[in-house]
Write a new protein. Structure first.
Length: 128
């Protein structure tokens, strides 16, 4: 199996999860919400990796820090933390109200569409 691209919308208590399949025409779908706890993040990664494909996670930098990033990298998966500007679109300004499924659907599609160098740039911006 190929690479799965997972967008996360991280909140204090929950994480909304979406999935983008590999390829330009791969489906992008909302998977649901999980509790924001290390055990639940590990279960999600294990469940998604069961087919042997690689996983690339992405979430927006925010008040929840980099704990999820460190956990996913330690589990052997790719993870990118992006700035809000990368997720926003001209149709939906960043200061508008957002919902979990909209944010993480956008993130899973963005990470699938961007190259490795663009994602490295996004992480450098997010960490400053």
């Amino acid at each position: 199996m190929g690479t799965l691209y997972i967008g996360l919308d991280v909140h204090k208590a929950t994480i909304a999860v979406s999935l983008a399949e590999e390829g330009r025409d791969g489906a992008v779908r909302f998977l649901g919400e999980i509790p924001n706890a290390p055990t639940d993040v590990a279960k999600l990664a294990k469940r998604l990796a069961k087919d042997g494909g690689s996983l690339e996670f992405c979430y927006e930098a925010g008040c929840c820090g980099y704990g999820i990033y460190r956990q996913l990298v330690e589990l052997g998966h790719g993870c990118t933390v992006v700035t809000a500007e990368i997720v926003s679109s001209p149709r939906r300004p960043r200061n508008a109200s957002t919902t979990g499924p909209i944010d993480q659907l956008g993130m899973s599609a963005v990470i699938r569409a961007t190259s490795r160098s663009r994602r490295s740039w996004a992480v450098k911006i997010a960490s400053t």
